[in-house]
Design a protein around this ligand. Structure first.
Ligand code: NAG
Ligand code: NAG
Ligand code: NAG
Ligand code: NAG
Ligand code: NAG
Length: 474
């Protein structure tokens, strides 16, 4: 409960991050993971990966190898979670900088196309049929006009106001006039260059073409108007023409300019297998190591390698720390050992000998150690996990089959003493063990065993009670 509370606090604080830059609509997400399935006795010492909190403990099943066969056992695992802010672009924004998609007159893709938006998008407009241009602001057919690009211009001697914004009106090449510029009008016979003949009949006159302005001398000169060019374009009126040219770090036709994204080509020169190319701005990018990796030659441009996620205290000294492909550390045990995600436990025989040498009950364990060595040495050294009842005795048992007695002091799997209380238990030797009120007579040891000892009081008649139950299967 306390852990859950801590986790919620953590989720809460991570939500209070500074407001993301414009174009970013980050979402908060919960990452879930599980510790590996182990015995419920061992799971209490398992810990979640760094940064994760324990949300709860779940039932699960794990498999152990006993005498050459696989036995599934019930176990436990922690459910771990942490809160993260997942960076994400707002709709109609793209790339790592979440730049706005191309728009025309404030309309994204001129409302006639779909922007390839999102973090992985490249910010291009995929135009509907009949439309073209960076922001779908043109008709595919240069002679078409109208909101749907479905009308055809009919100018005979003139230029049509074409495109989705055009109205199909003709700008007549002097001296022609008329709706479709098919009539000659003498009033327009002496127009300056870059003019068209406006009006008809007696009202016809010479006017400068769009993008040109009448000079005091009555000529038509080009003007650079902000309306004609993208803000990231240079407008020039060289000679007679207005031309818009995107700044070098941008690409486009000058009316629309989008930043060059070096990452779109060859991963921006970043090594594909260990780095990602990050768009930093117009024609700017940098290489970054993939998650859990660090630069090889001082800079990610030269590639990255997996970095060790292990620190001195990641694993117990009994385990070896390894960095997994996901960048997370994992405590690995030697073959034949059992781990709880942090510690590794040797086999039960080793543990028993160790307790006989230095445990609190060492003087009362000598005979039990000798019994188990005679009866179950190979079993306890190579198989498991088992939970063992260790008889406390100072005098050797005589006239018994040590192997049988020993096997009837074992339960398959790792169990907490408190979970065995009041339960019937199948012993590994085939006997059943019925818990009695005098349960204090037994000590249960599992491989990792410490918590069990603490619960149990030992007295010297323990042996008798255990041997009786193991010899009388009913
Ligand atoms: C886990 O198993 C125990 C014992 O079998 C049971 O009492 C408990 O309800 C189970 N918990 C879940 C979450 O399934
Ligand atoms: C952008 O992405 C679209 C769809 O994935 C693709 O068809 C197009 O070629 C890309 N444009 C560039 C400049 O890479
Ligand atoms: C874009 O950047 C690259 C690398 O810095 C440079 O070589 C190239 O000339 C630039 N292109 C333009 C058009 O500025
Ligand atoms: C990436 O590829 C290069 C060249 O093929 C290789 O030398 C390097 O070891 C690879 N790095 C990783 C992390 O796979
Ligand atoms: C061994 O058992 C005896 C009898 O129960 C007890 O008095 C003694 O304290 C035990 N030895 C140790 C080291 O606990």
């Amino acid at each position: 409960m306390l852990l859950l509370l801590l986790l919620l606090l953590r989720l809460h604080t991570s939500l209070q991050q500074p407001t993301p830059p414009p174009g970013r609509c980050d979402i908060s997400q919960r990452l879930d993971t599980h510790t590996s399935c182990t015995s419920c006795a061992a799971v209490t010492t398992a810990s979640c990966p760094h940064g994760f909190g324990i949300v709860g403990t779940l039932n699960c099943s794990y498999v152990v190898q006993i005498g050459g066969s696989s036995v599934p056992l019930d176990g436990c695992q922690h459910h771990c979670a942490k809160g993260v802010m997942q960076p994400q672009c707002c709709p109609e924004h793209w790339g790592t900088l979440c730049l706005p998609c191309p728009s025309w007159s404030g309309k994204t893709c001129n409302f006639h196309g779909l922007c390839q938006d999102g973090d992985l998008g490249n910010g291009t407009c995929v135009c509907e049929d009949g439309f073209s241009g960076f922001a779908c602001q043109e008709c595919k057919n240069p002679n078409a006009y109208g909101e749907k690009c479905d009308k055809e211009c009919g100018c005979v001697h003139g230029v049509c106001m074409a495109g989705p914004d055009g109205d199909g009106q003709c700008l007549c090449q002097p001296p022609y006039t008329g709706k479709i510029c098919d009539q000659v009008n003498s009033r327009c016979s002496n127009c300056n260059p870059y003019s068209f003949c406006s009006g008809e009949g007696d009202t016809a006159s010479c006017e400068c073409l769009p993008g040109y302005r009448k000079t005091p001398q009555g000529k038509c000169a080009t003007i650079c108007s902000a309306r004609d060019c993208d803000v990231n374009a240079e407008c020039s009126s060289q000679g007679s023409r207005v031309s818009c040219v995107c700044k070098p770090e941008y690409q486009g036709d000058g009316r629309i300019c989008v930043p060059r994204n070096p990452c779109l080509e060859n991963n921006g020169g970043c090594p594909m297998n260990s780095t990602v190319c990050v768009f930093r701005g117009p024609n700017k990018s940098s290489c970054e190591c993939m998650f859990g990796m660090s630069p090889v030659g001082g800079s990610p441009e030269f590639g990255c390698e997996l970095v060790s996620a292990c620190s001195a205290d990641t694993c117990d000294p009994t385990a070896v720390c390894q960095t997994e492909l996901d960048g997370q550390p994992r405590c690995v045990c030697e073959a034949g050992q059992i781990g709880d995600g942090r510690r590794c436990f040797g086999n039960l025989m080793e543990r028993l000998i160790e307790l006989g040498r230095s445990g609190r009950q060492r003087e009362n364990l000598t005979e039990a150690v000798s019994l188990f060595e005679k009866g179950c040495f190979l079993l306890l050294s190579h198989n498991g996990p088992f939970t063992a009842f260790i008889p406390l005795m100072r005098t050797p048992l005589t006239g018994v089959n040590e192997e049988e007695v020993c096997k009837n002091h074992l339960i398959l799997g790792q169990h907490l003493y408190k979970d065995l209380e009041g339960r019937d238990v199948n012993l590994y030797g085939g006997a059943r063990f019925r818990s009695k009120d005098n349960k204090q007579h037994y000590v249960a040891f599992t491989e990792q065993q410490r918590p069990l000892q603490a619960h149990v009081e030992i007295n010297s008649v323990g042996l008798r009670a255990v041997t009786v139950s193991s010899h009388s299967p009913n």
